[in-house]
Write a protein that binds this ligand. Sequence first.
Ligand code: HEM
Length: 186
Amino acid sequence: MSNSSNSGSWYETLTSTPILIATAVGVSFAAIFAVSSSNKTSEQIKTQVKEVTNVASSNTDARGKAAQAGASIMSAPSTDLAPPKDDPISASSLSQYDGSDPSKPIYVAIKGRVFDVTPKAEMYGKGKGYNIFAGRDASKGLGMSSLNLEDAISDYSSLNETQMNTLNQWESFFEKRYNIVGKVVP
Ligand code: HEM
């Protein structure tokens, strides 16, 4: 990780969504420093950083194979998605799908559309690095590349152009990978 020209560096295998990860990694350090001045304990911050780093390092195992296949370090788009559903889901019912009950699916909403991210429970499940996005519409946080809980809200009206682009890229990332199970209704 210290030598960026090392052919083994994980991000060299990025091909499909380099900007997302570059943004996420770049901003995450700012985010990590920002949370240190918020009400989080240093233990919480350490856990959060560790979770995200684990996500990265668990991917390095598949790195060689992925590079050989010309694939990206990001998970490949899914080829067997179900037709998108339009079922109304209230915010409070959405909150039940936050990974705290292992028998329920895990949902993440972006711009009001609800994605079933259960196949990636190792990232969105309880105590995992991206759990803050689970059980809610986290559009603003995704646009900001923020892992702060207070940013994980549906109102993304404050995003600037760059952040809107980031949000739109996440939306398209999710569209290619996860089933849409409904839409958030007031
Ligand atoms: C140290 C900083 C970070 C590192 C090393 C990192 C690394 C990674 C890696 C390697 C993946 C691909 C996982 C896979 O496809 O299986 C990923 C996915 C992702 N990252 Fe990060 N990330 C970091 C920070 C962030 C931040 C700040 C955000 C906030 C938006 C973020 C949001 C996401 C999301 C939403 C995914 C997609 C998960 C999925 O559904 O497959 N990451 N990250």
